[in-house]
Design a protein around this ligand. Sequence first.
Ligand SMILES: Cc1cc2nc3c(=O)[nH]c(=O)nc-3n(C[C@H](O)[C@H](O)[C@H](O)COP(=O)(O)O)c2cc1C
Length: 363
Amino acid sequence: MKWQPSGSTLGDQIPAELPIFGFAHSADVIAELCLAGGVGIWGATRDTPEEIEAGLAGIVEAVGNRPFGVDLVLPANMPELDDRALIEAQIPEEHRAFVAQLRQKYDVPDDGQPGMRSRFVRSNEMARRQLDVVLRSKATVVALGVGSPQDAVEQLKSAGKVVVSLIGSPRHAQKALEAGADVLVAQGYDAGGHTGTIGTFSLVPQIVDMAGGVPVLAAGGVATGRHVASALMLGAAGVWTGTLWLGAVEHDLDPELQKMLLAAGVGDTVQSRADSGKTLRQLRSTWTDEWAADAAPSPLPMPLQDILIGDLLGSVDRNRVLDLMHTPAGQGVGYLTEIEHVQEIVGRLVRETEEALGRWSTK
Ligand SMILES: Cc1cc2nc3c(=O)[nH]c(=O)nc-3n(C[C@H](O)[C@H](O)[C@H](O)COP(=O)(O)O)c2cc1C
C-alpha cells in the first residue's frame, strides 16, 4: 500500500494498492475503484437482503480477489419490526399535512409506489437480515455508519471481516474501539451524508491519538490530492471519500443532479434532518429550504421521517420533479468541476498527492 505510515496495520488488513477508500451507492463505481487500486465500499443500507446478495455477487465478479467492502447503517433505538403500519400510526397530522401541501405545491404525482426511504422500515429485524447476508458474503471490509453495535462487530470479526466504524466525535470513537472496530473513519462536519459537528482538521489528530495503533482514515472534504497529503500529515493511514464519486461517469446520476453538483461551491451545502430524521449534509435546495422555513414542522426522528417523506421523494426521483430533486453532498463538492471516469479521478488523486508530498520532501 502506497504512503502507508510506519506502524500502520492497514495494508496487512486490507491489501489494496492505495489507501484511498471510496463510498458510493453505485456498484459500478465500487468495482472501478477497486480495479484502479483503491478500496470501494458499496452503500447497501437501503437495499433488501436479496438485493445485497445480488449486488455483492456482481462486485465479486468484477473485482475478483481485490479487496472491497459493503456499508450498513445500524443505528440504536430503531423499532423491532419492519412494520410500516406501526410507524404510520405515530406520525402527527401536522407533518402529514405539510408533506401533502408540498406534494400539491410542486405537483408531485401520487404514483402509489414507495421510495428508497419507505420501501422498508429501518428496524432491528431488517438490520439482522442485512447483516446475515453480509456475514456470508465475500466482502473483505464491512463498514458501519452511525453506530457500531458490539454484537454486530463481534459477529463480523468472527466471520473474518475487517470492521470499519464511521465516527464523528471522540465519544463515538471510544465506543467503536470498545466494540472492537479494526479501523476507524474519523468523519468531520464537512462530509456528505450523516455528519456530526466537529470539523475534519480538528477531529482526525484527536482520533489518531486515542486509537492506539488502530488505523484511522480521514473523511470529510477530501476531494484532491492536497487533501490526501494533509490527511496523511494529520496521522491518518488513508482517506475515506464520498462526494468525490458523485462526479464519476460510472455513477450514472440523474443529469439534473450532476448539473447541481457541478454548479455548487464549498458553501452550498447544509445539514438538514428532513431526509432521515438525523443531520444529513446535502446540497442546499428547495427541499431543504422548505423544511427550514418558519412554517415547517420540525422533522421527526428516524425512522418516522423516512416513512413520512419516503413515498414523496420516490415519486420526485422517478418523475424527475426538478424543483424537489436533491442529493447528499459534502463541502468538498466545490472541487467537483467535471464528470470524470473513476480511473481518471484516482489517477488525479495519486498525481496530486505525490506532488503535494514531494513539495515537502527534504531529500
Ligand atoms: C451521497 C452520499 C450518501 C452517503 N450515504 C452513506 C451511507 O449510507 N452510509 C454511510 O456510512 N455513509 C454514507 N455517506 C458518507 C460517506 O460514507 C463518507 O463518510 C463521506 O461522504 C465522506 O465525506 P465527503 O463526502 O466529504 O467525501 C454518504 C455520503 C454521500 C456523499
